[in-house]
Design a protein around this ligand. Structure first.
Ligand SMILES: O=P(O)(O)OC[C@H]1O[C@H](O)[C@H](O)[C@@H](O)[C@@H]1O
Length: 665
């Protein structure tokens, strides 16, 4: 496949510029590009003017080293290798599309090529046409953005050809965040060609550098699983109808259909406005009132609302993903100091070498002490995985907060739809603690509301939400889309829910259109409004909110793999096998007086006992049964683990080595 479809590029910068030259420089009409009419976010002190610089330029500024990567060469004008519908359906990953977009990793052949991408984007456009009940003479608009992955540019170009081939306009944003893409379907601003009818985010979140994928949005939110299946089926038909002529025609149409817009400028500026508003909470009439009666007060008020985070020191860790804008274009205009922020430069390259032997030594020592796998050797991002669930990532932002004596740290995943925070003492706000914090803030405003969470949340969280905060905890399934859809469903059947949030760091608020973007903005709002009401003490206002959350002594997640080729599956699917394991476990539990099955549970088997609990469930995507155990002590956790071992050890296709190791500790 690699030989047939790819070429080795020795120098990444030249590969990019070569692609850009071939496909765009001759095609773009400069006068079609919207200029930055509202350039409120200029160069911020020591920082690069993020909104005006491309991913590639930034990477070159930050790192001049040449790297060896394998790039998939375009096949725009030649016939494409035939693919079955099933090959397309394999690209579905829940409500996203994910695949391998960069060649060169053993055992991971390319399946997200440019022609495949072109077909998927064309299929999304056709799906949108049906959904909007428009006829093909209607010119709809689709925006495309991407994170920092090295395959982003070529996939953006291919997707643009696919959209243009259906007769739509394409609005390219370049480096962008997932929430911004959804937002572009809601923003009303003609100068920026908004709102668009649909949006595509090119991302594979925190997965290794060779992967990529797509998330799709309309003004109703992200597409669901059935829509993605429909799009992939359409894509298979479109792909198999490709001819050299149709590919050429798509390229020609793209030349007159693409406009480049700096949407991230308006998105960041909207975030700034939202925090200013939340901190002031005073309307126009009151402004006037204060002006009449106290000139000095009026000036003070303006100062507070323009820079509601003045004096706060907040460090951002973007993990070399797309979240670097947050420091210079959101926090700094709000008055925050962001020195010590790290990994803001978009860089989707894998680690090829350590900058110093000391950093290698420190990293390996840390992995050894925290018993975590040294991921940087498996081809991930240059500094740490951009993932708030990752131990090394959390360690990095914690260290940055402590080293800089900052008030708060915020860390994002690659496409900025997940986040976590760290307070000034180095205490992490992620997983259950992040949910507890958000719940406390939301319940202040909406007493009694239902908080929807994923299935792996702790018993302590339920007690906190229900007993301390007076809300209702609805523990649902894993998967951000499941959680958000459940929040929407509850409201539709008359149960008020204002927050849907996952331990992974995805969080959405009802008042923010259930946009998967709520979490970190709420933290800023809280800090800003505390400051406006005269409270001091940095992030203590946040820490105090979760003081009464009970936390387990031990919390582990073990992922038990199902060998799909094992004879014990008897030709069946891994899902059937996994369900058989869960059924057997249920039966075993029922006969154990020390264990009690959760009376209400929406996913897998959740069991209480020995002062703690465990949950065994099927992964949303992988042939894996993730097992979460939480208990007051290691001894109790081992007892829970042993109960699982006793029930599952006769399933020979299930790899329980991680669990046996855990119970032998
Ligand atoms: O079921 P798992 O394998 O643990 O994966 C579950 C996770 O999958 C993806 O990463 C989704 O974006 C998350 O929302 C979800 O929680």
């Amino acid at each position: 496949m690699a030989v047939m479809m790819g070429k080795i590029v020795q120098n990444l910068p030249s590969a990019y510029s070569c692609q850009q030259n071939r496909q765009f420089c001759t095609l773009y009409q400069r006068d079609r590009c919207v200029q930055y009419k509202h350039n409120l976010l200029l160069f911020q002190g020591r920082k690069l003017p993020w909104t005006r610089i491309s991913t590639m330029q930034l990477r070159n500024v930050s790192n001049n080293k040449q790297r060896v990567v394998y790039c998939n060469a375009a096949l725009s004008t030649t016939a494409v290798p035939s693919l079955e519908k099933v090959d397309f359906l394999k690209l579905q990953n829940g409500s996203d599309i994910r695949g391998v977009a960069v060649d060169g990793v053993a055992g991971e052949p390319l399946n997200l090529t440019e022609p495949v991408t072109q077909a998927i984007a064309a299929a999304f456009a056709a799906w949108l046409l049906d959904k909007k009940k428009a006829d093909s003479s209607t010119r709809l608009k689709i925006s495309i953005g991407h994170d920092s992955r090295i395959s982003a540019q070529k996939l953006q170009d291919a997707a643009s050809r696919g959209i243009a081939s259906v007769g739509f306009d394409v609005v390219q944003y370049g480096l962008a965040s997932t929430p911004a893409m959804f937002n572009s379907t809601l923003t009303k601003n003609e100068d920026f060609l908004c709102p668009v009818d649909g949006a595509i985010m090119i991302t594979a979140s925190h997965l290794p550098y060779n992967r990529n994928g797509f998330k799709f949005f309309t003004n109703e939110g992200g597409l669901g699983k059935p829509d993605i299946k429909d799009i992939l089926e359409r894509a298979a038909n479109i792909y198999n109808g490709f001819t050299p002529e149709s590919l050429e025609e798509a390229e020609r149409k793209a030349s007159s259909s693409i406009t480049k817009v700096d949407y991230m400028a308006i998105y960041a500026s909207n975030l700034v406005t939202a925090v200013r508003k939340a901190s002031g909470n005073i309307g126009i009439c009151e402004d006037y009132f204060f002006f009449l009666f106290s000139h000095a007060y009026f000036l003070t008020w303006i100062w507070i609302t323009e820079k509601p985070l003045e004096g706060f020191h907040i460090v951002v860790d973007a993990g070399n993903g797309a979240g670097g804008f947050f420091a210079g274009n959101v926090l700094e205009p709000l008055g925050a100091i962001t020195t010590g922020s790290q990994f803001l430069e978009p860089d989707g390259n894998k680690v090829t070498e350590w900058k110093t032997n000391l950093s290698k030594f420190l990293y390996l020592t840390n992995c050894y002490l925290s018993k975590s796998k040294p991921d940087q050797f498996s081809g991930l991002f240059p500094n740490h995985i951009p993932n708030p669930e990752d131990k090394a990532a959390m360690k990095a932002i914690t260290q940055a907060v402590l080293d800089n004596k900052a008030d708060l740290g915020i860390i994002f995943d690659t496409d900025v739809d997940r986040s976590a925070a760290v307070d000034s003492t180095g205490r992490e706000f992620n997983r259950n603690r992040l949910i507890a914090l958000m719940s406390a803030i939301v319940l202040e405003e909406h007493p009694g509301t239902t908080i929807v969470t994923d299935s792996v949340t702790s018993d302590g969280l339920t007690i906190f939400i229900e007993k301390k905060l007076g809300g209702k905890h609805h523990r649902f399934k894993r998967g951000y889309k499941n959680v958000i859809d459940e929040g929407i469903r509850l409201n539709s059947v008359g149960e008020e829910s204002h927050l849907a949030i996952e331990t992974s760091g995805h969080g959405a608020l009802k008042e923010n259109h259930w946009l998967d973007d709520g979490a970190y903005l709420m933290l800023l709002n809280k800090l800003a409004s505390a400051r406006a009401s005269g409270q001091t003490g940095g992030s203590k206002v946040l820490t105090d909110l979760v003081e009464e959350l009970q936390e387990p002594g031990v919390a582990v997640e073990l992922r038990l793999k199902i060998d799909q080729n094992h004879a014990d599956l008897k030709g069946g699917s891994f899902q059937d096998y996994g369900n058989a394991v869960l059924k057997h476990l249920t039966n075993k539990i029922e006969s154990d007086p020390k264990l009690e099955k959760a009376p209400v549970n929406h996913e897998g088997v959740r069991v209480s006992g020995y002062g703690g609990w465990f949950l065994l469930r099927l992964s949303l995507h992988d042939p894996v049964l993730p097992l979460n155990i939480e208990a007051p002590s290691n001894e109790d956790a081992i007892k829970l683990g042993l109960a699982v071992v006793a029930a599952v050890n006769e399933f020979s296709a299930l790899d329980i080595s991680a669990l046996t190791k855990f119970v032998q500790k």
